[in-house]
Design a protein around this ligand. Structure first.
Ligand code: 5GP
Length: 113
């Protein structure tokens, strides 16, 4: 089912886009948890990590390549950053279109949770 991220991909609602290619879109999170908080999403609608298929193998590579490029472009690659992807209720997922949070711009306090 289409989510708010599909509306952003289709330019039906606005977002501050920082990266786009034919498979991936990245934009600023509306409620940032760090000085830099980018959401990196596949254009393909995949609700959760559990729904990934063999055919999505290359797409996940595309996403990580995009993350590395965005981090360099935003000047946080060398200092470092964190990538988080939440799945379902216990993981705290709220938008059911897989996405990767790219967080940086300061030293993040906790390691995992
Ligand atoms: P989740 O909790 O599913 O891992 O992350 C969803 C993220 O999407 C949250 O960090 C939330 O702030 C962000 N978000 C929700 N709605 C919008 C929106 O309309 N625009 C943008 N840019 N981010 C959104």
């Amino acid at each position: 089912m289409a989510t708010i991220f599909t509306k952003i991909i289709n330019r039906e609602i606005p977002a501050t886009i920082v990266f786009e290619n034919d498979k991936v879109l990245a934009f600023k999170d509306i409620n940032p948890q760090a000085p830099i908080h980018i959401l990196v999403v596949p254009k393909k609608e995949i609700p959760t990590i559990n729904d990934l298929k063999e055919e999505d193998r290359e797409l996940i590579g595309e996403i990580y390549l995009a993350i590395g490029k965005i981090a360099k472009d935003l000047g946080i690659a060398d200092q470092g950053y964190r990538v988080i992807s939440n799945c379902n209720e216990y993981g705290g997922q709220e938008v059911f279109h897989i996405h990767f949070h790219l967080l940086g711009g300061k030293k993040l306090e906790t390691k995992i949770v």
